[in-house]
Design a protein around this ligand. Structure first.
Ligand SMILES: O=P(O)(O)OC[C@H]1O[C@H](O[C@H]2O[C@H](CO)[C@@H](O)[C@H](O)[C@H]2O)[C@H](O)[C@@H](O)[C@@H]1O
Length: 288
């Protein structure tokens, strides 16, 4: 995919055909109040071999800070809110963690974290499943990383010698106990997610963010399966009269549905950060 012009991209469809995507982000950027909402991993941070090795792409923190002077900037991540905020580490943003379950109106070091009350009953069942994963799966799968969150957690099998076999073993081992404990199992990039069985997701979190700040315009960017909820919510917000624009960050493993429903597709984290820089320049010029 080539950047032809500011905000005009070539989208490569599944059949290999290139189409020009030129929906106008500028029209959204001119709205007030405006929101800019980003996923972290694969969007502002290159996918790393382990969760702890992930870092924000150079320049991204500076652009987020600059953008936050003119817009409400949100981070909506599948990571725990403290973990997501550790990576981004910009004061003045809204941090939403664990796929929408945890909220913090600033860095958790200086602001309280609010856990969605409906999620609380799933704290213990989530811990039980993760205990089981540590006991039964860690000894079987070399390289498996168990990442605990306030509710549920994530099993990372990227470093397993046979990732597909590891995935199958994890899913088979967790199926029955997850059903018994009423927990939901989902998947992401080389991860199995242990989630509360709630309808809260990145789309619901995005809608809540829009309503909380009474936004007129909003842009959401993401790259993974869970970000599809955010991209689809963008379309619903548009139907409801908001100016809204969804950006998919394309990698070889980005889900096809995300590319299909996004308004703009950018090639990788570097292109996303370039677009963030351009958006930051636009809003600072418009709103200064
Ligand atoms: O939906 P997301 O907000 O993207 O959260 C999904 C998971 O993202 C992170 O894992 C991913 O990034 C890691 C670091 O680059 C990579 O090692 C892993 O393979 C990816 O799946 C995060 O660590 C998880 O907690 C999130 O659940």
């Amino acid at each position: 995919m080539l950047l032809i012009n500011t905000y005009v991209y070539v989208r490569t469809l599944e059949d290999g055909e290139d189409v020009i995507v030129s929906k106008n982000i500028s029209a959204v950027l001119s709205q007030h109040p405006l929101g800019l909402v980003f996923d972290i991993d694969g969007t502002l941070s290159p996918i790393a071999p382990t969760p702890d090795k992930a870092y924000l792409y150079p320049g991204a923190a500076q652009y987020l800070e600059q953008a936050s002077r003119f817009a409400h900037v949100g981070i909506i991540t599948g990571r725990a809110v403290t973990d997501g905020a550790r990576i981004v580490n910009v004061e003045g943003l809204t941090y939403v963690g664990t796929h929408g379950l945890e909220w913090c109106q600033g860095l958790p070091s200086t602001h309280d974290i609010a856990l969605i009350p409906e999620a609380v009953p799933y704290t213990k069942p989530g811990q039980e499943l993760l205990d089981l994963a540590e006991k039964e799966l860690v000894p079987q799968i070399p390289g498996l990383i168990v990442q605990r969150k306030s509710i549920g957690g994530t099993l990372h099998y990227r470093l397993a010698p046979d990732p597909e076999q590891a995935r199958a073993t994890i899913l088979a081992t967790l199926k029955e106990p997850a059903a018994r404990l009423h927990m939901h199992i989902d998947e992401g990039k080389r991860v199995v997610e242990i989630l509360a069985p709630l309808t809260i997701n990145k789309g619901k979190a995005l809608r809540r963010f829009v309503e909380h700040f009474a936004l007129q315009g909003v842009i959401f960017a993401g790259d993974d399966r869970t970000d599809l909820h955010g991209i689809l919510e963008i379309a619903r917000l548009r139907q409801d009269g908001y100016a809204a624009h969804g950006i998919a960050v394309q990698h070889p493993d980005t889900p096809a549905a995300l590319l299909e429903h996004a308004d703009t597709v950018v090639q990788g984290v570097e292109a996303m950060v370039q677009l963030l820089q351009q958006m930051t320049i636009d809003i600072s010029e418009q709103k200064a």
